[in-house]
Write a protein that binds this ligand. Structure first.
Ligand code: FE2
Ligand code: FE2
Length: 299
């Protein structure tokens, strides 16, 4: 099926209870992309705090469900909660794998957990839904950026970790409108606050990612020579800037994630193929070059 006639990815969001062989990664290099080693460190750094955000999202949306009347939105809320629960389970196990190499990873992991547990206690419901919607703006955009750069960033990489990230990014795009719709349904009259919380969430993502990224680069030896250190810094700066740049339409009053061109007329062929392949029972727990060819043929 050509991408431009594929069903809209945000219709009928499935919950896929996938369990990756994270234990089998023990002893492997956490710099898992040979195509772009900096990219693997960036995703490792970004991913460290994400499972705790996902658990926070689950609690926030579960509470918000009591206020939401629209049955379609309630169904989508159940789906995002299911998807994020499986993300958190797999990526918390992955954090333990990162801890085998990076001495500061367990402390960063603990700090991320404490931050989100604390903010579930102290923040108002509006701030919690606003932060969730703001944060999901970037997981949605990152989902599309990452899949669009597959050849440069993923083509030669460890099959299980690649499979985890392809799965995660496909699902972030599928549920990329749900938190936005919940905010609009409950607090739509506070449009300025929605925009403010996008900036708050971006700052949080950047601070957490930069902290972990430079620790991981240092441990992996990327900061030992000036050229490599510059290249690592430039990759981080350019990728985060691109994410911030792509988020600009989100500040428009007319914005809706469903209408983003990357999920309508320019759907990513990997995402389309992956959804079809997995939907027919295909094994997506490890993706090597041959498996990716099969996935693309399913599109
Ligand atoms: Fe997620
Ligand atoms: Fe998400």
């Amino acid at each position: 099926m050509p991408e431009d006639t594929a069903p809209h990815p945000m219709d009928h969001i499935p919950v896929r209870p996938l369990a990756f062989d994270v234990d089998g990664l023990a002893g492997k290099d956490p710099v898992w992309s040979r195509s772009c080693p900096e990219f693997s460190i960036l995703l490792n750094a970004l991913g460290l705090h994400v499972p705790y955000f996902e658990r926070y999202l689950i609690r926030v949306l579960n509470r918000a469900k009591a206020e939401v009347q629209d049955p379609k939105l309630r169904e989508a809320m159940s789906a995002i909660i299911g998807q994020e629960a499986h993300h958190a389970k797999n990526f918390l196990a992955y954090n333990k794998f990162l801890g085998l190499t990076y001495p500061k990873a367990p402390a960063l992991d603990d700090a991320a957990r404490d931050f989100f547990v604390e903010h579930l206690k102290i923040d108002t419901p509006r701030r919690q839904v606003g932060f969730t919607a703001g944060y999901e703006t970037f997981t949605f955009l990152a989902g599309m950026i990452v899949l669009d750069n597959y050849d440069a960033w993923f083509s030669d990489s460890e099959p299980t970790i690649k499979a985890m990230w392809v799965w995660h990014q496909v699902e972030e795009v599928e549920h990329g409108a749900v938190a936005f719709d919940v905010y609009k349904a409950l607090y739509g009259r506070h449009e300025w606050y929605r925009k403010y919380m996008i900036a708050v969430a971006l700052k949080h993502i950047v601070v957490e990612t930069v902290r972990a990224y430079f620790h991981m680069c240092k441990v992996s030896g990327f900061l030992r020579n000036p050229w490599r250190a510059w290249r690592s810094t430039a990759f981080l700066a350019s990728t985060l800037s691109r994410m911030a740049w792509l988020s600009l339409p989100v500040f428009s009053r007319k914005y809706h994630p469903r209408n983003h061109p990357l999920v309508t007329d320019r759907q990513n062929p990997i995402a389309v193929g992956w959804r079809n392949f997995e939907g027919k029972g295909g094994d997506v727990l490890a993706i090597d070059r041959e498996k990716m060819k099969t996935i693309l043929r399913a599109g």
